[in-house]
Design a protein around this ligand. Structure first.
Ligand SMILES: [Mg+2]
Length: 152
């Protein structure tokens, strides 16, 4: 039985968008738009994310990906689905694409931004990338929460 329902953002939390932007051959060109230039399929998983997701699943938590794809780039919707299939096959059928993360019902949202409803999420928002919040720290934080709630 699931303990916590956890939503995980994709860009900047599971998929390493910044790294791909930093390595892009056109990165120094004027007007470079990484969001337009990058092919989502080329993104690598954020260090530690694969093991962390597995640890959450092994602990019995219910894990979903909550991501926003640009409305005017329908290809991005497909690219995200394919990327998840390639790098996180254990999250099959657990991909939610939405512009309103505040509508999600659950306990924890791990997101590196406050946009698209993240700041109004009804559970706990773990702000990934803020104050050294990497995947190791996220797992520690969720362990602390489960201990506090005595749901071990
Ligand atoms: Mg993000």
């Amino acid at each position: 039985m699931a303990k916590l329902r956890i939503f995980i953002d994709l860009d900047g939390v599971l998929a390493d968008f910044d790294m791909a932007a930093a390595l892009h051959p056109d990165r120094n060109n004027k007007g470079f738009r990484p969001d337009l230039a990058l092919n989502f399929g080329d993104l690598h998983p954020i260090p530690g994310s694969i093991d962390a997701v597995q640890a959450l699943l092994d602990a019995g938590h219910e894990v979903f990906i909550a991501s926003t794809a640009p409305w005017d780039q329908p290809k991005a919707w497909t690219d995200k689905r394919l990327w998840v299939g390639q790098h996180f096959p254990q999250l099959k059928k657990k991909l939610i694409l939405t512009h309103r993360k505040d509508l999600l019902m659950g306990d924890i949202l791990i997101d590196d931004n406050l946009w698209n409803g993240a700041k109004d999420f009804n559970g706990t928002h773990i702000h990934f990338g803020q104050n050294g919040m990497d995947w190791k720290y996220v797992i520690q934080t969720i362990d602390n929460i489960t201990n506090l709630l005595k749901i071990k």
